[in-house]
Every structure is written in structure tokens, then in C-alpha cells.
Design a binder for this molecule. Structure first.
Ligand SMILES: C[S@@+](CC[C@H](N)C(=O)[O-])C[C@H]1O[C@@H](n2cnc3c(N)ncnc32)[C@H](O)[C@@H]1O
Length: 420
């Protein structure tokens, strides 16, 4: 087969959507993963990468458009431009259908599970714009700020990000110069209006005048790093520096409700919140199981543990263990009166994108009694882990998917597992 020159133009008939914001096509018998297109389209595409097994390409001319195609609202979206969004050129209902197809396909292929999936809207961004409350900007050597291009270290300078929350935009970060900085993270709470910028640098960086605290990442432990207060599930949550919090303003509330709804906690239950971050699920479960119950959160990041303990200080039956889930799970025992148990009624796990992996799944399968809720931002690692759960005797009983990242390929899922 003749090699395809990078940047060569090829004509393609576009097939199904694939995980990662791509659609699949074929060229000379080879698979091509194509961006900036939609299933059913005919396009002229520029090859951006050739590997032994497949090509990657950007659709640069649409010869036959899908009825789902719309004009991208953002002027920085498009082939070779900002890599932050993947589906600006699709209507919102189409974006959700594409994400549902991806989740279905990953479940089928990696876990052998056939299931219809519906991706639900998350309240707070009806047009899919103005939702992102945390944005990681990159800075060029000359101090110009922007967002990274797709699969590249190159920076697309921007002066506004349409998916950023208005509180992030109010910081004015894109309209300032940041000499010496390598990155600036903008953090804003939609609920409380708290704002923060976290600046990383090569050495000395000049901080422009801002009307919000700017934290310089020094590598040293800070006794009191700046934080924002977030509102969700009727409580206030302190989240320090770049600690994890859902970026869509409606996501924390929606996911907390979905986890409670599916786990159906009872008074007196023992529950475990793995990868607990600032303590969101431990907090709502702590309230639900009451003071006769017990909740243990596990989190590896020191500052997140301090935040979670502070956030849950009014719930003495909720505790937070610091450490890697992989290690802490092996030691965990729940004290009740004089007895100790190594079984929990309920487990919620919300791992990073890499998922939990076989060892953690095995331990969770042994630990959990009644129900497990698996919160995931990556359908591929979720599907892989569901296959492990099935080997250890747990079955997927329900799956909800949420559009917590409109305009992007990302989707958040809450899977419920029961024994048997
Ligand atoms: C997706 S966040 C979930 C946070 C929380 N459930 C929430 O909704 O706000 C994942 C969290 O897991 C933590 N983490 C990552 N790897 C870990 C590990 N091996 N053991 C424990 N915590 C880990 C991260 O620091 C992060 O706070």
C-alpha cells in the first residue's frame, strides 16, 4: 500500500463515531480517524498522522454535510485550531447522540454489554456554552496566552473561550500578557462567585494586575493555599488550588443526586467513597446514613484530604483516609462499637480517567455488600472495569450518562452494579 503523505488531501465517506471525538472512515483499505466531521458526511480531509495501522485526518472541506451539522459558535474551533472542543460543528442533540453511541460501543466492545444509552442534559448551560468553571490556559514564550491545539504542544492564542463560564471570563486572563508563565489555570465557582488563578512558571513570572487571588505554584507545601467555595447538595465545599471539582456548574449537584438515587442508602449503612476528592459523595452519603451509619472516604492528594476533612467536620461519623486506594483498601476496617468489619454496604468510586483497574475492582467486589456506584469520565476505562466486575460476580444494573462537557467529546457516566 503506498504511504500517505502527511498533509495529503483524501476524499472520504464518513462512517460511525469513535471514542475521542473522531469518526471512522476507510481509505485504500485502511482505517482513518477523522476529526471535524460527522457520520454520513462526504469530506475532503487532510492527513495529519500515519501509523502502521491507521491514519488520522482533519476534514477540511465538507462535500456532503450531515443534517446535524451547524456553524461552530467559536471562531477558534476548526481544523488545526484550538483543541479544547471536538463537536462545535454538531447540534447539541446530535452531540449527545454521538456520546451515547460511543458509550454503547465501548460497553459492547470491551465488556460485552448491550445497552441503550441516553445522554442527559446537565442543568446550567442550555446552549452548551458558558459552563466551564475551570480552564487550563497555556502560555507561549512571549507571554501570549491561549489553548493547546489538538494532540500538540502548539498554542492557539485566544481572547475569549465560549465554553468558559462568565465568571472565568470576568478574570480577563486571555486579555493579559503572562511573561515567564508556562500556564495559568482559571478557577471560578458559579455558585459563590469565588475566583482564583493558579499560575505555573519556569522561574520568575510577572503577575499582571487581577481582581482575584493569584496563586504561584512554588512546589513547596503551602499551609493555607487559596481556595474557592463551591455549592452543591445543600452544602458549601472548600476546594483549594487546583484540587478536583466538577467543571460544569450543574455537574456536582447532578452526580451527587444520581449516586444517592442509585445507591438508595439506608440509615445505619456503612458506605465507602473511593477517590473522594473534596468529599462530595462522602458528604451526601454521610447525611443519608445518619449518625448510626459510617462513611469512609479515601483520597491520595494531601490538600484534597484536608479540604474533605474540613468540609465534612459537621459529620463525625464520616472520616477521610489519606492514601492510594490500592493500598488503603487492603488495610481498611470499619469500627462499630467494639467490633470491626471489612464489609461495606455501599461503595461509590470516582477514579481519574485511567479508571480503577483490575486490582482495585477485585477489592471493591469483595468489600461491597449491596450496591456499587461507579462514576466515570472515560467510557473506555469504565467498560474495561465493568468487564472485571463481571468476572468478580457483579453485574451492571443501570447506567446513566450526563453531558457534563458540552461541545467536547467527554461524557460522565454513573454505572450501578449489583451482585449476581
Ligand atoms: C475524578 S476525581 C473525583 C473527586 C470527587 N469524587 C468529586 O466528585 O469531587 C478523582 C480523585 O481521585 C484522586 N486520586 C487519583 N488517584 C488516586 C489513587 N490512586 N488513590 C486515591 N485517590 C486518588 C484525585 O486526587 C482526585 O481527587
Amino acid at each position: 500500500m503506498p504511504p500517505v503523505e502527511s498533509s495529503e488531501l483524501i476524499e472520504l465517506q464518513i462512517g460511525a463515531v469513535a471514542n475521542g471525538g473522531w469518526c471512522v472512515a476507510r481509505h485504500d483499505g485502511r482505517v482513518v480517524f477523522v476529526r471535524h466531521t460527522l457520520p454520513g458526511e462526504r469530506v475532503r480531509a487532510r492527513v495529519t498522522q500515519e501509523t502502521k495501522n491507521f491514519l488520522r485526518a482533519d476534514a477540511v472541506e465538507i462535500l456532503e454535510a450531515s443534517p446535524d451539522r451547524v456553524q461552530a459558535p467559536c471562531p477558534f474551533a476548526g481544523p488545526g485550531r484550538c483543541g479544547g472542543c471536538d463537536w462545535q460543528h454538531a447540534s447539541l442533540p446530535a452531540q449527545r447522540r454521538l456520546k451515547a453511541e460511543v458509550v454503547q460501543e465501548q460497553l459492547r466492545r470491551l465488556a460485552g454489554i448491550e445497552r441503550d444509552v441516553v445522554v442527559e442534559e446537565v442543568p446550567g448551560a442550555p446552549d452548551g456554552l458558558g459552563w466551564r468553571t475551570r480552564v487550563q490556559f497555556a502560555v507561549r514564550r512571549d507571554g501570549v496566552i491561549g489553548l493547546r491545539k489538538h494532540r500538540s504542544h502548539q498554542i492557539e492564542p485566544i481572547d475569549e473561550c465560549l465554553i468558559a463560564h462568565p465568571q472565568v471570563e470576568a478574570l480577563g486572563i486571555e486579555r493579559k500578557r503572562w511573561p515567564g508563565a508556562t500556564g495559568v489555570e482559571a478557577i471560578a465557582s458559579a455558585g459563590t462567585g469565588d475566583r482564583l488563578a493558579v499560575l505555573s512558571s519556569r522561574g520568575r513570572a510577572r503577575v499582571p494586575r487581577m481582581d482575584a487571588p493569584v496563586r504561584l505554584v512554588s512546589g513547596k507545601r503551602e499551609d493555607k493555599p487559596p481556595f474557592v467555595r463551591e455549592e452543591a447538595a445543600g452544602r458549601l465545599w472548600q476546594v483549594s488550588g487546583s484540587g478536583f471539582w466538577q467543571v460544569h456548574p450543574g455537574a456536582a449537584e447532578t452526580l451527587a443526586a444520581a449516586v444517592l438515587d442509585t445507591l438508595e442508602p439506608r440509615k445505619g449503612d456503612i458506605a465507602v467513597d473511593l477517590y473522594c476528592g473534596a468529599g462530595l459523595f462522602a458528604g451526601v452519603l454521610g447525611e443519608a446514613v445518619g449518625s448510626d451509619g459510617l462513611v469512609v472516604g479515601i483520597e491520595s492528594e494531601g490538600q484534597a484530604v484536608r479540604d474533605a476533612r474540613f468540609n465534612l467536620r459537621d459529620l463525625p461519623h464520616v472520616s477521610v483516609e489519606r492514601g492510594e486506594v490500592e493500598q488503603v483498601l487492603d488495610q481498611i476496617k470499619f469500627g462499630r462499637g467494639k467490633s470491626t468489619l471489612n464489609r461495606a454496604d455501599l461503595v461509590v468510586l470516582d477514579p481519574p480517567r485511567t479508571g480503577a483497574g483490575r486490582d482495585v475492582v477485585k477489592r471493591v467486589a469483595e468489600l461491597a455488600g449491596r450496591r456499587i456506584a461507579y462514576v466515570s469520565c472515560d467510557p473506555a476505562t469504565l467498560a474495561r472495569d465493568l468487564a472485571f466486575f463481571s468476572e468478580y460476580g457483579w453485574t451492571l444494573s443501570a447506567l446513566r450518562a450526563f453531558d457534563a462537557f458540552p461541545m467536547t467529546q467527554h461524557v460522565e457516566c454513573v454505572a450501578t452494579l449489583i451482585r449476581g
